[in-house]
Design a protein around this ligand. Structure first.
Ligand code: PLP
Length: 399
C-alpha cells in the first residue's frame, strides 16, 4: 500500500491513540530503515530502544525461523525448556536468582509491584503497601503503572486511580526520606529516566536510596525496561552504581524486537510468589524465549555494552561540539547509547527536519532530542547523525 492509503485506512480502522509521523516502513537492516516510498533512513530511535541489535540481525532472524517451525506456544501449565534457558542466562548475568516472564514493560512493572506487595504482606502483614516513585518517571500505561508514572497527563480521565503510590523528587534524597513511612514497601526507579528527559540518577542518590532500603527492608525496584541490555555501557544500568536492586524489570530490547518482558528478583523476594499468585498466558512461551536467548547470547558473547560505552562516549563528545557551537543547544544528557541533547527550544521541528534529511530521532520532555541507536552502531553512523544535526541547527537556528 502507498503511504496515503495506509494513513487513510489507518484512520478508518484503528483507534486514534497515537500522534503518528506520516511514514511507514517496509524493511530494516542494521541501523537503517526503508519506507513505503523507497526512502532510506538512519534509525536513531530503534523502535524506542527495542531494536538493540539493529534490524534483521541474523541471530534473531534465524532463531525466529527455527523456532517457528518447531513450536510456538504451549502454556505455563507445562515446563518450557526455552523459558528455563532464558531465565538461566538472565540469572547468571545479573544480581537476580529467579526470573518471571511476561510480554511488555508495563506488565513487568505490574508484576514487580505485585511481588513487592506480596513480599511485604507475607513478612509484615497488611497495610505496608506503599510504593514510592520519582518525578519524571515513566513506568507504563496500565492502571497501576500509570499511577506510579510521574506525568499526571497520563492519568487524566481514568479515575479512580489505584492508591498506595507516592512520589519523591528524582535526584533529591531528602524528598525520598520525607516520603518514606512505616508503610513503605518499595521504591521504584529508572537508572536513566528515558521519557523524563534522558536523565541519569546521580550516584549519591542511588547509593543513599540503596542504604535506606537495606536499613528498612524496603525493596528497591529498578525499572530497566528502556536501559537494560547494554544500553548504558554495562549489561544492566544498576551496575553503573555499584549496587544491586531487589527486583529488576526488563522488556524492550530483551528479545531484539519480539515482545518479551521479565521480572527478576533475589530468592528472598521471589519466593513470595507461590503457584497461583501471578501468571500470564503468553509469558515465556517457547517462541519468544527462543528469540530472547538468541538476542541475549549475541549481546553477551559480543560484549555489546562495551560498544555502548566506547561509541557512546564518542557520540557524547561529538554532541558536546554542537553544544559549544550553537547557543540554543544547552547540554548533552544520558549515558552510553541513551543519549540526549537538551535544547532551549522545542525539539519537534528538529525531529521533523531530521526526518526530511533521512535520520530518525525522537524528542522527549519537549526539549530533549533523544538518540537510542542499536548497540552495534559504528563511528561512521554516529558521524552521519552528528553531521545532519549540525546541518539542521545551522539551517534552522534556534526556532
Ligand atoms: C517503555 C517503558 C515502559 C513501558 O513498557 P511497555 O512495553 O510500553 O509497556 C516502562 N518503563 C520504562 C522505563 C519504559 O521506558
Amino acid at each position: 500500500m502507498s503511504i496515503n492509503v495506509i494513513i487513510k485506512e489507518g484512520k478508518e480502522y484503528l483507534m486514534n491513540t497515537y500522534k503518528r509521523i506520516p511514514i511507514a516502513f517496509t524493511e530494516g537492516k542494521g541501523a537503517y530503515l526503508t519506507d513505503t516510498e523507497g526512502k532510506t533512513y538512519l534509525d536513531m530511535v530503534g523502535g524506542l530502544a527495542v531494536s538493540a541489535l539493529g534490524h534483521s540481525h541474523p541471530a534473531v532472524v534465524n532463531a525466529i525461523k527455527v523456532q517457528a517451525e518447531k513450536l510456538l506456544h504451549t502454556s505455563n501449565l507445562y515446563w518450557i525448556e526455552n523459558q528455563v534457558k532464558l531465565g538461566k542466562i538472565l540469572v547468571e548475568n545479573s544480581f537476580a536468582d529467579k526470573a518471571f516472564f511476561c510480554n511488555s514493560g508495563a506488565e513487568a512493572n505490574e508484576g514487580a509491584i505485585k511481588l513487592a506487595r506480596k513480599y511485604s504482606y507475607k513478612n509484615y502483614g497488611e497495610g505496608r503497601n506503599e510504593i514510592i516513585s520519582m518525578t519524571g518517571s515513566f513506568h507504563g500505561r496500565t492502571m497501576a503503572t500509570l499511577s506510579i508514572t510521574a506525568n499526571k497527563k497520563y492519568q487524566e480521565g481514568y479515575a479512580p486511580i489505584p492508591t498506595g503510590f507516592k512520589q519523591a523528587v528524582f535526584n533529591d534524597f531528602e524528598t525520598v526520606l520525607e516520603a518514606v513511612t512505616e508503610n513503605t514497601c518499595a521504591i521504584i526507579i529508572e537508572p536513566v529516566q528515558g521519557e523524563g528527559g534522558v536523565t541519569p540518577a546521580d550516584k549519591d542518590f542511588m547509593t543513599n536510596i540503596k542504604k535506606l532500603c537495606s536499613e528498612k527492608d524496603i525493596l528497591l525496584i529498578m525499572d530497566e525496561v528502556q536501559v537494560g541490555i547494554g544500553r548504558t555501557g554495562k549489561l544492566f544500568g544498576y551496575e553503573n552504581y555499584g549496587i544491586e536492586p531487589d527486583i529488576m524489570t526488563l522488556a524492550k530490547a530483551l528479545a531484539g524486537g519480539i515482545p518479551v518482558g521479565a521480572v527478576l528478583a533475589k530468592d528472598e523476594v521471589a519466593k513470595s510468589f507461590e503457584p497461583g499468585d501471578h501468571g500470564t498466558t503468553f509469558g515465556g512461551n517457547p517462541f519468544t524465549c527462543a528469540v530472547g536467548i538468541a538476542a541475549m547470547e549475541t549481546v553477551i558473547n559480543e560484549k555489546l555494552w562495551e560498544n555502548a560505552e566506547l561509541i557512546g562516549g564518542y557520540l557524547a563528545e561529538k554532541l558536546r561540539e554542537l553544544v559549544n557551537k550553537y547557543s540554543f543547544v544547552k547540554q548533552v544528557k544520558g549515558k552510553g547509547f541513551i543519549a540526549g541533547l537538551e535544547l532551549e527550544v522545542e525539539g519537534a521541528p528538529y525531529v521533523e527536519k531530521a526526518l526530511e534529511k533521512g535520520v530518525l530521532i525522537n524528542c522527549t520532555s519537549s526539549t530533549v532530542l533523544r538518540f537510542l541507536p542499536p548497540l552495534t552502531i559504528s563511528k561512521e553512523e554516529v558521524n552521519k547523525l552528528v553531521a545532519v544535526l549540525d546541518e539542521i541547527f545551522s539551517e534552522m537556528g534556534g526556532v
